[in-house]
Design a protein around this ligand. Structure first.
Ligand SMILES: [Mg+2]
Length: 266
């Protein structure tokens, strides 16, 4: 009898859930980021992945004395956002406000200099600094964010938190020129990022399948010279889903996302 009641209740609850699902309305594309933002903020698995990335990075760095380099000076190039800074608070605020990403909100956020460190990032980069490896922050934050970002880096005790080690975006989003700039004087032993474009030019401006191929071609670099941090909320992968088109309506975006879903292996 109890089992029958439980089954009836289950069917009833399932019915309500289905009915409610049909009534879900998406107000902004940011709402779709609710789950990934909560994952970044609440899943211990996210923290574990970050520690895994930086533990791997440390092991690779310890191997360096065994290698031969052309130049005396060694460097690490790191991205900032969602690689060593956690900005999920800003995303959370956008979701709560039913607001789409916009530069004004972003600048208000970075101006506060209160991003927290991605777990393991400070310890790893301090370790690199103590080993004499310079850290260069190659970020697509703008020049107007330099001052507040350096304050944020300093407050979190990241090494080399000065303007000579911060190469921010000036006229192009590609980081290749800035990477080459560092490579003129340093042997870059490691690159860290949450976005393929943080690592090499070969990943830029590609569709999903070509990004997969480029990633497969570089498979020996992941966890070696390339250290990747998880970011399920935003990144180039998102621009690729929208075919790099800007100015799409929320409905257009939603339709493109649904169209990209695979319901069977291909
Ligand atoms: Mg980033």
């Amino acid at each position: 009898m109890k089992k029958q009641v439980a089954i009836i209740i289950s069917i009833f609850i399932a019915g309500i859930a289905t009915a409610q699902d049909k009534n879900i309305t998406i107000h902004s594309i940011e709402e779709l980021k609710l789950y990934s933002t909560l994952w970044q903020q609440s899943a211990a698995e996210y923290r574990a992945l970050c520690y895994q990335a930086f533990n791997t990075a440390k092991m690779r760095l310890d191997e360096i004395p065994k290698r031969k380099f052309r130049k005396q000076k060694l460097a690490i190039i790191t991205d900032i956002d969602e690689t060593i800074f956690d900005n999920s608070y800003q995303e959370a605020q956008l979701i709560k406000n039913n607001e789409s990403w916009n530069m004004k909100s972003w600048l208000n956020w970075t101006n506060l200099s209160v991003a927290t460190a991605v777990p393991g990032a400070v310890e790893f980069l301090q370790y690199a600094g103590k080993k004499g490896v310079s850290v260069f922050y190659v970020s697509n934050r703008g020049a107007e964010e330099l001052k507040s970002t350096l304050i944020n880096l300093k407050n979190l005790h990241f090494p080399n938190a000065d303007s000579s080690h911060a190469l921010f975006m000036t006229n192009e989003p590609s980081k290749e020129t800035r990477r080459q700039e560092v490579m003129k004087n340093y042997d870059v032993v490691m690159l860290m990022g949450d976005n393929l474009n943080d690592f090499a030019q070969v990943f830029e401006n590609k569709n999903i399948s070509d990004r997969f191929t480029a990633t497969d071609n570089a498979k020996d670099e992941w966890g070696n010279k390339f250290i990747v941090l998880p970011n399920a909320t935003y990144g180039e992968w998102e621009n690729v889903l929208f075919n790099y088109q800007h100015g799409l309506t929320g409905e257009q975006k939603l339709n493109m996302l649904r169209a990209a879903l695979k319901t069977m292996p291909q």
